[in-house]
Write a protein of this length. Structure first.
Length: 259
């Protein structure tokens, strides 16, 4: 990676549960030496993307992130449009619905909705980073991505999130034609154990897969009736979301007949 890519990659390690990160921990997470990480964080801090806080001088996200996020949502109100569709999906299926957007070679969660139908549900985290190889959302995006992008993703080390995570690049490649043919991907325990999800990609104005919408449920609750309902809702509402956001479906995207 170039210097800019290395610096920006550090921002991906922040999350709701890890909102502050010390220098040593950031070096460990990134796999870079402390001197390099310190230099990159200093440069990010000079531009407001991170700031130091607390007696230990840990780093956290800075105000520049808020400004850019607000500007992005103002010019491209993706989250507001997606939230309505997610609410509809969650109400119709009784399960968690979420949308993620491509950010480099990972997906970043942008919005989600919980259903009140059950006491137990799949929980999400704000801005959670989803691996492309380990999630139904990621696999749906990969299936409709250019070969060069697929090669770049699958040539990198693939993290085994759970014992069920598929990390063999050839095995993942073998999944993609079927996903393209049916228009959706599924994952059982690939990112988090005991989670079964289905996802459909969202496309931009150039017909590029720029994210995905998924419905996730505990494995034990995924009956054939629920599977049918989830797919009917996803394959109806997500293509409509693509069009609502000014995107276009590729000519190869399958026509779906509700079951």
């Amino acid at each position: 990676m170039g210097t800019t890519s290395k610096a920006l990659s550090l921002l991906n390690f922040f999350s709701r549960t890890r909102s502050e990160i010390g220098l040593s921990d950031m070096a460990r997470l990134s796999g870079m030496n402390k001197a390099t990480v310190h230099r990159l964080l200093t440069e990010l801090g000079q531009h407001g993307f991170v700031e130091q806080t607390g007696s230990g001088r840990e780093y956290r996200l800075g105000p520049a992130v808020l400004r850019l996020a607000a500007l992005r949502e103002y010019t491209v109100p993706m989250r507001e449009m997606a939230q309505r569709v997610l609410d509809q999906l969650s109400n119709a299926t009784g399960e968690t619905a979420h949308m993620s957007v491509l950010s480099g070679e990972t997906l970043a969660t942008t919005a989600y909705t919980y259903s009140s139908a059950h006491g137990t549900m799949v929980m999400m985290e704000d801005a959670e980073v989803l691996d492309l190889h380990a999630t139904s959302s990621g696999l749906s995006v990969l299936a409709f991505s250019p070969p060069t992008f697929i090669d770049a993703v699958l040539s990198a080390p693939l993290n085994a999130r759970t014992p069920q995570t598929v990390t063999d690049p050839d095995a993942i490649r073998a999944m993609l034609p079927e996903i393209r043919a049916r228009g959706y991907a599924t994952s059982i325990g690939g990112f988090e154990e005991d989670v079964h999800s289905y996802a459909v990609p969202v496309f931009d104005a150039q017909m590029r897969a720029m994210g995905a919408v998924a419905v996730a449920t505990p494995v034990a609750r995924m009956t054939e009736a629920l599977r049918t309902r989830v797919l009917d809702e996803l394959m109806t509402r997500v293509p409509a979301l693509t069009r609502l956001m000014g995107g276009f479906l590729p000519s190869t995207f399958p026509t779906f007949e509700p079951q």
